[in-house]
Design a protein. Structure first.
Length: 586
């Protein structure tokens, strides 16, 4: 047994008890100092407080002797990636902001030249603040919904200009200086471009090319970062001040009192906790991490680490395009019971393998019992991962441009996806490039029941093989599946399906569809699916589930599923925040 030895250190250091290292912000101590002192089997206990630092773990534990980094009490230790913005001034007159209509509500402050509208990542009292945009998004957090953008003119639209005399009707040729146009191109990409010049005579803005893949029939655009576009509380612009020439943040606060109270914050640090390879045998648990402009907890790709546990953490308010938790190049790693939310334009939780000159997969890892919501991209992803699982996670309200639920890409192999609830998140599951996938006992609900979307999309690249879907509920879209050509080893059995969309030039020899309850008789193309004799069709969902519209997918007593013996589980999705059961004592 290790002796307990008390070491008395300098004021700005930590109190060490051999096996326990206590960190206390109120004593001027840092998490980094505690981590640097830790040896195998040691536990770094962090007392309540705010820790505005980027912690780097350089060395790890040993087999059966992990280094544990934990909050003394979950929910009280904040690893803060943001800094308060101070020095605010109120706009004195309309002319100071180019005659912006809401000038009386606007405050301003100088910011570093490195800051712009896209990387400002502004929050007020932990509420999301949005850069000014037109058209104003229905939900400013999800400001990349292309269907809310304005259509381009098919006759005049080019890769370097948009002409719209009705919209660009201003007479001042400098009117759009400092603004940005975001062009959504038909290949599903967002292309932000600074306005280079404006021609009032033709109503045309010019910008650097968005590429040669434009499609005038479907491309759309939105304008951002212009002072006239600040129309609501919580909106901001970052541009050069006309008076001082300094880079300046202009902001209409939700409550002006928050400015002086230091409650308006911006992202300042890239990571919260960074694990350097080959540090292994680590446990990280119980922290609140907010406001980072990279993954809050990250092990980068490259040299491999093993046996890392990330549990019971709360990650939120990441900068646009950031991640919540990202583990790259890892083996035997577990990410469990975390709550990750409000990652604008970014992913929630992911494990990735090295995909450089040759593929080296991450292996034998698990993402389980997490809750992920309000991410602009995928909630949970595996990229080049083998022999691993996603189990018991809840993913919801991911409405961003690529805001899907679960994703397996880049040569995943031997993956179990089991017992997950996914809803209100574009497509619930997307897969391509992989082999031997088992998807079972999940509730996968799409977000486009009247459109052309699907619940599950598999194998755009025609190289997804040996996939089994068993005992799932897959509804809430035009069809449950979008499956591409040359299907090999697909089994779809004992599920409740909205319908099937199988784009294949072959017959159904590569796919077995049987014993499913299907609530639409035809596939996306309207063809006869050809498997009626092996499945049951029923369009009245009230005969199947207690209240599917409100997320209650328990089976109706003596209903069709009971009669057919399908879906032995049947669960109710609890949408209330208390559904997150990962954090004990909160």
């Amino acid at each position: 047994m290790k002796k307990l030895i008390l070491l008395v250190l300098a004021t700005a250091t930590c109190t060490v008890f051999a096996a326990e290292i206590t960190v206390d912000a109120s004593q001027g101590q840092t998490i980094q100092l505690g981590v640097d002192q830790a040896k195998p089997s040691d536990t770094v206990i962090v007392k309540p407080g705010i820790y505005p630092e980027m912690v780097t773990i350089k060395t790890g534990g040993e087999p059966d002797k992990p280094i544990t980094l934990k909050a003394e009490k979950p929910g009280t230790v904040h690893v803060d990636g943001s800094d308060a913005i101070t020095g605010w001034q109120k706009v004195a007159k309309s002319e100071d902001v180019g005659g912006a209509p809401n000038w009386k509500n606007i405050f301003f402050v100088e910011v570093p030249d490195s800051k712009n509208y896209a990387n400002m990542s502004l929050y007020e009292d932990d509420s999301f603040s949005a850069y000014a945009q037109d058209p104003v998004p229905t939900d400013p957090f999800n400001n990349d919904r292309a269907y809310e953008f304005m259509p381009v003119d098919e006759k005049t639209y080019q890769s370097t200009s948009i002409t719209d005399p009705k919209y660009f009707h201003q007479k001042d040729l400098n009117y759009w200086d400092g603004a940005t146009v975001i062009v959504w191109t038909g290949n599903n990409n967002m292309r932000p471009r600074a306005v280079k010049s404006f021609d009032p005579a033709t109503g045309t803005i010019h910008y650097d090319s968005v590429g040669g893949d434009i499609n005038p029939k479907v491309d759309r655009f939105a304008m951002v970062n212009h002072l006239d576009l600040i129309r609501n509380p919580g909106e901001y612009v970052v541009r050069k001040s006309p008076a001082s020439g300094k880079n300046t943040l202009y902001y209409w606060p939700f409550d002006a009192k928050n400015l002086e109270a230091g409650k308006v914050r911006s992202s300042a640090r890239k990571h919260g906790i960074l694990i350097n390879a080959p540090a292994s045998h680590l446990v990280i648990e119980g922290f609140d991490l907010r406001g980072h402009h990279g993954p809050a907890i990250i092990k980068p790709n490259g040299e491999f680490s093993t046996n890392i546990v990330v549990r019971n953490n709360h990650v939120y308010n990441a900068q646009h395009g950031g991640w919540g938790i990202s583990m790259g190049s890892v083996h035997h790693t577990t990410i469990e019971n975390n709550y990750v939310h409000h990652i604008q334009g970014g992913r929630g939780i992911g494990i990735t393998g090295w995909t450089g000159s040759d593929y080296h997969p991450s292996t034998n890892s698990t993402i389980r019992n997490n809750r992920i919501s309000h991410c602009g991209s995928t909630g949970i992803n595996f990229y080049n991962v083998h022999d691993s699982s996603m189990i018991g996670n809840t993913v919801h309200d991911n409405f961003g441009h690529h805001g899907n639920g679960l994703t397996c890409y880049l040569s995943c192999r031997n993956i179990l996806i089991e017992g997950n609830n996914v809803f209100r998140s574009n497509m619930a599951l997307t897969m391509q490039q992989g082999d031997n996938m088992m998807v079972r006992d999940n509730i996968l609900i799409g977000n486009d029941p009247d459109g052309n979307n699907t619940v599950v999309t598999a194998s755009y690249a025609n190289n997804m093989t040996n996939v089994t879907f068993e005992n799932n509920v897959m509804m809430g879209a035009h069809s449950s599946f979008h499956l591409w050509h040359n299907l090999i080893g697909y089994v779809i059995r004992d599920n409740v399906l909205q319908g099937l969309n199988i784009w294949t030039k072959q017959t159904y020899d590569g796919i077995l569809v049987e014993y499913n309850l299907i609530v639409r008789r035809h596939d996306h193309s309207g063809r006869d699916p050809g498997y009626a004799e092996r499945n049951v069709f029923e369009t009245d969902i009230s005969k199947v589930f207690i209240d599917a519209a409100n997320g209650d997918f328990r089976r109706v007593k003596d209903g069709l599923l009971m009669q057919a013996g399908l879906l032995n589980g049947g669960r109710k999705i609890d949408l209330h925040p208390s559904a997150w059961e990962g954090r004990s004592g909160k």
